[in-house]
Design a protein. Structure first.
Length: 72
């Protein structure tokens, strides 16, 4: 059997385990919520992309010439 009696240290160890478990649960819940949010955002962006042409969504960058330095 497990011996979980920690006599004088129980007042420190068990709350530490409890706080650690709560933090891990909160971080897991936060990751799940964020994952769902980003999946919805990805679906929305993919829907918007299919509704418009690729040129409108991803325009080609313009070439910008520098006014500093020698002329080429």
């Amino acid at each position: 059997m497990l011996d979980l009696d920690m006599s004088p240290y129980a007042a420190f160890v068990w709350p530490a385990w409890g706080v650690s478990a709560l933090v891990l649960a909160a971080l897991t819940a936060r990751a799940v919520v964020a994952s769902r949010k980003w999946k919805r955002e990805l679906e929305r962006l993919e829907k918007d992309q299919s509704a418009t042409s690729d040129a409108a969504v991803f325009p080609r960058p313009q070439v910008v010439r520098s006014t500093i330095g020698p002329e080429a």
